[in-house]
Design a protein around this ligand. Structure first.
Ligand code: GDP
Ligand code: MN
Length: 375
């Protein structure tokens, strides 16, 4: 999950890296109050996930309240690469002597995390790497044995950092490496890592991407793909992929491929999907029940086709979830189930007790036709 600059900076500060004093605001009035509080000059920065924000006019310096008002007015609501700016970061401006780049990311080629550092920061690191590759240091990092301070210091010296800056930059890079692993990042980048007139080393920007597979254990909720409605929010809460469509057949399938094949079949039979729900693997009976309730609550639904191969999924868990909804909610929409594999006989028995139409050995076409025949 990609994070906004101010969220990335929270991670950096937590690991001891200095940032400028700053406030997150969402209106011009709040921006003006933040400017008064922080003291001018301030930098007004669009909080958007997309890159190229600086070039698009989403970063402006304001020396007084008037400039702050016009910068905030211009940037709030600005659309950068299809993304509307809803929040601003008002950051106390600082004098910049030098701009470095420091980041970690997963290098697919190397198959491991790498540290990237350059004394030529502020601009796009890809450009620096293309024009002057000798100015970009890359160093593979093992999470099992984080590099010792002297190793980082030597690398920074090689990259061209010297004098009193050398120990300071070494500390920041060491903290950045710790933050990257402690926060389950796939990218954590500071550009620019600025050196001020006083010789302080400060992160002026932050880009953090958290590994989606780690969101649950970090108690984080995906925010970079915003659900379109309450049903999509409910689906997100139980970790299934659900999209509201505008037809009459709700599709629930185990695996996005099978869900899409089912949707094709619904279309071939001259009907239309009301929703698309991919259960993924290992669904519990409770989550299966919620998935079915979400599908039944979709506007325009007249029937539900459940199409699952029990591999990682367990047909008994799925049948228990369906049974719970049928027993308690007594849905009026018709539900047809095609399911086989792991624990199929136990699952079938539960569905049979409730007279739920089943396709045991037939095809996806059979399931869709069975459903549509009764609508
Ligand atoms: P990006 O272009 O979206 O990556 O936005 P950045 O946050 O990196 O800001 C772009 C540039 O604005 C930086 O490289 C700096 O030169 C400048 N900038 C950002 N914050 C400050 C600040 O506090 N003081 C000064 N003087 N310049 C800043
Ligand atoms: Mn930047």
């Amino acid at each position: 999950m990609r994070m906004l600059e101010y969220e990335g900076k929270v991670i950096l500060r937590k690991h001891g890296i200095a940032t400028t004093p700053e406030r997150v605001v969402s209106s011009v009035e709040e921006a003006l109050a933040a400017g008064q509080e922080l003291g001018f000059p301030v930098v007004v920065k669009a909080q958007v996930l997309t890159g190229g924000r600086g070039k698009a006019g989403g970063v402006k310096l304001a020396k007084n309240a008037d400039e702050l008002r016009s910068a905030a007015t211009a940037i709030l609501g600005m659309v950068i690469n299809d993304e509307t700016c809803e929040k601003l970061l008002i950051a106390k401006a600082c004098g910049i002597e030098k701009e470095f780049y420091a980041g970690l990311t997963i290098d697919a080629g190397a198959g491991c995390p790498v540290l990237i550092f350059s004394t030529e920061g502020g601009v796009e690191i890809e450009e620096v790497a293309k024009e002057t590759p000798e100015k970009v240091l890359t160093m593979p990092i093992s999470s099992l044995a984080l590099p010792r301070r002297h190793v980082i210091l030597e690398a920074m010296r090689k990259a061209g950092v010297s004098g009193p800056l050398l120990p300071k930059v070494t500390t920041v890079v060491q903290q950045l490496i710790e933050a990257f692993f402690a926060t389950d990042c796939t990218t954590l980048e500071i550009n620019p890592l600025a050196v001020t007139g006083e010789g302080d080393v400060i992160a002026l920007d932050a880009k953090a991407v958290i590994d989606d597979s780690a969101l649950k254990r970090r108690n984080m909720v995906q925010t970079d793909s915003v659900p379109a409605n309450d049903l999509e929010r409910r689906a997100q809460a139980i970790g299934v992929n659900y999209v509201t469509l505008d037809g009459e057949v709700a599709i629930i399938a185990g695996g996005a491929g099978l869900a899409m094949a089912t949707m094709d079949m619904v279309n071939f039979q001259n009907s239309k999907a009301a929703s698309f729900l991919d259960l993924g693997g290992g669904i519990s009976s409770g989550n299966m029940a919620e998935a079915l309730r979400i599908s039944l609550a979709t506007k325009g639904v007249r029937g539900v086709v459940i199409n699952v191969f029990g591999g990682i999924n367990n047909c008994l868990e799925i049948a228990k979830g369906i049974s719970e909804v049928v027993d308690h909610d007594k849905p009026t929409a018709k539900v047809v189930v095609k399911m086989r594999g792991h624990s199929q006989d136990e699952g079938w028995a539960l569905l049979k007790e409730r007279n739920i139409p089943m396709v045991k050995y037939g095809t996806t076409r059979d399931a869709v036709q069975t459903l549509l025949a009764g609508l």
